[in-house]
Ligand binder design. Structure first.
Ligand code: ADP
Length: 305
């Protein structure tokens, strides 16, 4: 079975800049896949190549077996890309634009029911006859999502869908996207909000400086970070923290001392003994497992030193 997306040896150069350098990965059908990376990592470039908006310098991308360049009609039928900006004619109404978009994919009037359902689901019901030019920024974002879904694409690509979006739209969006995923759609998400990727994505690829630096299941990535955190609520203390302890302290503020402890090399009992021996008494303690944010920072910051 063809994967939903197959990225093979993709290079993209802008002049001397290697925006993408030999990217290889695949996204299985039905996956909720996260593409992460700091600004300028190459995420949008990769998505634009996938959507046929930019051509790779070499290499190729296939969407369910169809080459995005040679078989672009087919691959565009399968992909629904939610871009960050809406390119639209301000004199069309929301419904008219969605119907036109539907026609562009060769779909007839039968699909108008789906257009109206999309309008309802995305809270655009009462904006259906409004000219696009009159919609607020938040409403335009909803139209973008509807536009990408008009032809019920098998693979939905969300490029930073929640950047600058209010809480209500986030909730509507995630509820809808989760439902689409449950119904078998493959989802590719790029986001700056790492917690979103952590809670929704089953697999994650991390790009940095145009290179793929990690590609794994979310759980495996989380397990790669061999540290956890010990947080102690401490009383005011007058003694100096001994050097050996101090090197494990990552935060010391508001009467809370946070230690970063290696899962295997550090023993919490020994650390607590050392704290007490140093004359520091604490009133509460808790341990926190690292999140994807720590893994992401550990992987990407390393490359920028
Ligand atoms: P991301 O989406 O991860 O923030 P981009 O794909 O937008 O990253 O950009 C990757 C790199 O390519 C950046 O250094 C960016 O400045 C550069 N870049 C993107 N588009 C162009 C372009 N049209 N011309 C020249 N450089 C570009």
């Amino acid at each position: 079975m063809d994967p939903a997306v197959l990225v093979s040896q993709v290079y993209k150069r802008y002049g001397n800049l290697e925006a993408l350098y030999g990217i290889d990965f695949s996204i299985a059908k039905g996956s909720f896949f996260g593409l992460l990376g700091p600004n300028g990592a190459g995420k949008s470039t990769l998505i634009n190549i996938m959507a046929g908006l930019v051509h790779a310098t070499s290499g190729n991308i296939k969407v369910v077996g169809y080459d995005v360049r040679k078989q672009w009609r087919k691959s565009r039928q399968i992909l629904g890309v939610v871009p960050q900006e809406l390119a639209y004619d301000p004199f069309f109404s929301t419904r008219e634009m969605l119907r036109l978009q539907s026609g562009y994919f060769g779909l007839g009037k039968d699909n108008y029911v789906w257009v109206d359902e999309l309008l309802e689901r995305l809270g655009l019901g009462d904006k259906a006859d409004e000219n696009l030019g009159n919609l607020s920024g938040g409403m335009k974002r909803r139209v973008l999502i509807a536009q990408a879904l008009v032809h019920k694409p098998e693979v939905l690509v969300l490029d930073e869908p929640t950047a600058g979006v209010d809480v209500e739209l986030r909730r509507v969006l995630w509820e809808f996207v989760r439902e689409l995923h449950k119904n078998g759609h493959t989802i590719l998400l790029t986001t700056h909000y790492i917690e979103e990727a952590e809670s929704f994505c089953d697999r994650i690829a991390i790009l940095d400086n145009g290179r793929l630096i990690a590609h794994d299941t979310t759980n495996a990535l989380l397990n790669r970070y061999p540290y956890r955190f010990l947080r102690l609520s401490v009383k005011n203390y007058s003694t100096q923290i001994p050097e050996k302890l101090l090197e494990k302290v990552v935060l010391n503020e508001n009467n809370e001392l946070t230690f970063r402890l290696h899962r295997e090399d550090d023993n919490i009992g020994d650390v607590l003994d050392a704290v007490q021996n140093a004359g520091i008494s604490f009133t509460d303690l808790r341990t926190d497992e690292p999140g994807l944010e720590e893994v992401f920072l550990a992987l990407t910051v390393k490359n920028h030193d």
